[in-house]
Design a protein around this ligand. Structure first.
Ligand SMILES: Cc1ncc(C[n+]2csc(CCOP(=O)(O)OP(=O)(O)O)c2C)c(N)n1
Length: 623
């Protein structure tokens, strides 16, 4: 670690640095981020873009008294490093280590936790309203990306600024990217603000004059920003943010620390809400990430020199199998339309997007809109398929219930990353969808045990013309071979993998290998054990459950979701309603926020291993 970062542990240390040291500090921080992420994986491109901005923020503001919020908080590594977590940074995203996102539990500097987009403005407004009510004087600063600004919830907050806050500072961190290229009218509008050549030429020359005249005089700078505000309206028609009650400053270069500090000081001293528009570059300072920020947004471990991944790769992922199957089906059926909420490549839809551009819709980070948009398409005879990570679908629950299920519309929702996801931790684990949606009327919910079954389920869901959710985990499908002929899965029918009578193990999807290994342990102990691929969480195969219940002494359920309210609870309810006298042993994640960590570590810690489950079953039968 080079000398300047060595001198900084807390924001107060940064304030004591000579101005000339700040650029070196940004180099040091950048090197630490690249080095660490090359080993741990993480969000690289977004974090490399905010190094200078964060240094400037910590030069001007004083957290934890001042509150600095980062939307999503996948760009807050510099903030973590400079707020007392430098020495633990090597544990980033590891079990027991520091989180890849901000977390109120982790540090008093983390004013608000996040992981999902669009929440910073609302939370900051709430904090500002509380401050004003209590007569406080602290500054509230929200850093929001250009794509997150277009979230529905961000707009709900914007709509409320005038009514809710006297003072608030919003930093619009505009890198013109979401994970992929940003989309939509807000993005186009911001592009116009960044690119207006006449305005920028004017701004550039006036700034030059001010710099020469003023040295570092705040008074002249203040006059300049006031003048800029009036003149920019001549060039830019109107600035949207001013209609929402902000004083708009910018756009300014988000990698120029002195300019950032100067603008932040103006914003800090203003008595009204201020929006500072900052132009940054995703991946800044690491050649490979600068060239292809999309693939360097979130990455596994890599070799710094070559930029090549060192994470193991091989079998196709569930996402890839979903994408290629949908493409195959869409080639035969022109009614099929694919929708993503800003997760094109993550959900495996890039090839579909290139092949069927008019039938592919990236609606931006707006899961709620995506669902209702799909519902609208379905009313007109289209067959919409919305691919979304399980955790982000949580936003859209009411729309799935009210707009899709209630009207019984043929919308297929594919929940990628369902189950535990690993290093991204509790904001990203997709373990609640089963419990949330299992009781939605009209909804079929299923999970494939492997890639071939995923392809068949997608095919079936599109045949059925009704609301369907298919969930599948993060990760690979070893041994997958695309089959020539897709087959319809009988709706609501489970599949017996192993016959047995005394203990019946029902598992969903990726938990089947665990079910089989558990069965092996129990067979060695002398039990007769059946294993069932449950396939459906709704409707459950009640006929088979009740048939087996005549002889079984115990039902064991295993799911990659919370153990309360989901698949196992459904089986338990079915048995209870029929007066079943045996034992039901549900296995899944507890109703807790499961921490980050490799899935294998987490499964061990939470008793999701063959030995632990077999022991529970044996004890239950003995008791
Ligand atoms: C509700 C929700 N949907 C999707 C995501 C996945 N996601 C993480 S970062 C990101 C892009 C954010 O873009 P922007 O706000 O412009 O920040 P940048 O990454 O460009 O710094 C997306 C789509 C998320 N975190 N939350």
């Amino acid at each position: 670690m080079s000398s300047v970062l060595e001198k900084v542990n807390e924001p107060a240390d940064l304030k004591n640095l000579a101005k000339g040291d700040l650029n070196q500090l940004s180099e040091d921080v950048r090197a630490l981020i690249i080095d660490t992420v090359s080993k741990t994986g993480g969000h690289l491109a977004s974090n490399l873009g905010t190094v200078e901005l964060t240094i400037a923020l910590l030069r001007v503001f004083s957290p934890p008294a001042d509150k600095i919020l980062f939307d999503v908080s996948h760009q807050a590594y510099t903030y973590k490093i400079l707020t007392g977590r430098k020495d633990r940074f090597a544990t980033l995203r590891q079990y027991g280590g520091i989180s890849g996102f901000l977390s109120r539990k982790e540090s008093p500097y983390d004013a608000f936790g996040a992981g999902h987009s669009g929440t910073a403005l609302s939370a900051a407004l709430g904090m500002a309203a509380a401050r004003d009510e209590k007569g406080g004087h602290e500054h509230i600063v929200a850093v929001v990306g250009d794509a997150s600004l277009a979230c529905g919830v961000s707009f709900e907050a914007l709509n409320n600024v005038e009514a809710s806050a006297k003072r608030l500072i919003v930093i619009l961190n505009d890198n013109e990217m979401s994970i992929s290229a940003n989309v939509g009218a807000v993005s186009r509008y911001l592009g116009e603000l960044l690119a207006n050549p006449r305005y920028n030429r004017w701004k550039h020359s006036i700034e030059g004059v001010i710099k020469r005249l003023s040295g570092q005089s705040n008074t002249l700078r203040r006059i300049y920003y006031r003048l800029e505000e009036s003149i920019k309206n001549l060039f830019l028609k109107s600035v949207m943010f001013e209609e929402f009650g902000f004083r708009y400053i910018g756009p300014i270069d988000g990698h120029d620390i002195p300019r950032l500090v100067a603008a932040l000081e103006i914003a800090r001293d203003d008595a009204v809400p201020v929006l500072l528009h900052v132009s940054t570059q995703k991946g800044r300072g690491y050649e490979y990430a600068e060239k292809c920020p999309e693939s360097w947004h979130g990455i596994g471990s890599f070799d710094i020199e070559s930029g090549l991944t060192t994470a193991p790769s091989g079998a196709p992922s569930y996402s890839q199998i979903f994408g290629s199957t949908l493409e195959r089906l869409a080639a035969r059926d022109p009614s099929i339309v694919a929708i993503t909420a800003a997760m094109q490549s993550g959900t495996g839809l890039s090839s579909f997007a290139a092949r069927f551009p008019t039938r592919f819709h990236d609606v931006g980070i707006s899961e709620e809109h995506a669902v209702v948009f799909a519902a609208g398409l379905a009313t007109q005879g289209m067959s919409p398929v919305f691919a979304v990570y399980s955790t982000f679908s949580q936003r859209a629950m009411d729309y799935i219930l009210h707009d899709v299920c209630l009207q019984n519309l043929p919308v297929v929702i594919c929940l990628d990353r369902a189950g535990i996801v690993g290093d991204d931790g509790p904001t990203h684990h997709g373990i609640f969808d089963l419990a949330m949606m299992r009781s939605f009327p009209n909804l079929t919910m299923m999970q494939p045990a492997d890639g071939a079954e995923l392809a068949n389920m997608l095919y079936s869901a599109l045949l059925w013309k009704r609301p369907v959710v298919i969930r599948y985990p993060r990760g690979a499908c070893p041994g997958y071979v695309a089959s020539e002929q897709l087959e319809e899965i009988p709706r609501g029918r489970a599949h017996v993998l192993r016959a047995g009578w005394e203990i019946q193990i029902w598992a969903l999807g990726d938990m089947l290998p665990l079910a089989i290994a558990t069965a092996d342990r129990l067979v060695i102990k002398g039990y007769s054990v059946g294993v069932v691929n449950g396939r459906f969480a709704a409707p459950l195969d009640t006929d088979m459950i009740l048939f087996q219940s005549r002889l079984a002494r115990a039902f064991v359920t295993i799911e990659n979701g919370v153990a309360s309210g989901g698949f196992g609870s459904g089986i338990a309810e079915t048995l209870l309603d029929e007066g079943y006298q045996g034992r039901v042993i549900r296995n899944g994640w507890p109703v807790e926020f499961v921490p980050q960590g490799a899935p294998s570590i987490l499964m061990g810690k939470y008793g999701l291993t063959p030995d632990a489950i077999a022991d529970r079953v044996v004890n239950a039968l003995a008791g």
